[in-house]
Design a protein around this ligand. Structure first.
Ligand code: HEC
Length: 159
């Protein structure tokens, strides 16, 4: 009786082993295929840590929690044209937000100053570099609002 149970156990364990071995190479193959590029990882960080507030998909200007990142980028590029100073300015603001440093005074008045983040400086720098280098999604209402705010196409606006 005991010997019978032992045999079954041995068979079960070896079957389990086999299955594990068979599935190992598959897992690595899948991981290799879906391995994201460094840029995709940085975009993932932006989406995860910034878009909850700076969302490009908020349906209307009234529903937003913070200015769209495209607006933040535009404003920061006016003051900081080169990548290094742009990344430094955003990183400094994120790690230690202060009214004196803020460039978007109307946003501060409307939403209150952004809270300090628990993100590491390294991650913030990656996100800021991604923002500088890449075209960002804009909310559908963005261009019209932007043109109104900045007086572009002023002559064509409805009274
Ligand atoms: C919890 C909501 C929230 C999250 C998450 C958030 N922000 Fe903000 N952010 C705000 C608000 C609100 C403002 C507008 C007030 C202000 O300018 O401080 C703002 C403004 C900013 C500004 C402009 C500050 C200024 O006035 O000069 C920068 C730069 C910025 N955010 C970057 C980021 C980045 C990068 C991330 C992601 C790592 C991020 N934010 C995540 C809420 C958020």
């Amino acid at each position: 009786m005991k010997a019978g149970i032992l045999v079954i156990l041995i068979i079960a364990v070896s079957l389990l082993n086999c299955q594990q071995k068979a599935s190992e190479p598959q897992t690595t193959a899948v991981a290799a295929v879906i391995q994201p590029t460094a840029t995709e990882v940085d975009y993932g960080l932006l989406k995860m840590y910034c878009y909850p507030c700076h969302s490009p998909s908020t349906p209307s200007h009234d529903a937003i929690l913070a200015p769209p990142m495209e607006a933040v980028k535009y404003r920061y590029k006016l003051n900081y044209q080169d990548k290094e100073s742009f990344v430094n300015a955003i990183t400094s603001m994120m790690l230690n937000p202060q009214k004196e440093k803020a460039l978007m005074n109307r946003a501060v008045a409307q939403f209150g100053l952004m809270n300090a983040t628990a993100l590491s400086e390294e991650k913030i720098r990656k996100i800021a570099a991604y923002i500088y280098d890449n075209e960002l999604e804009k909310p559908v209402w963005f261009q019209e609002h932007f043109d109104q705010e900045h007086g572009v196409k002023a002559g064509t606006q409805k009274q």
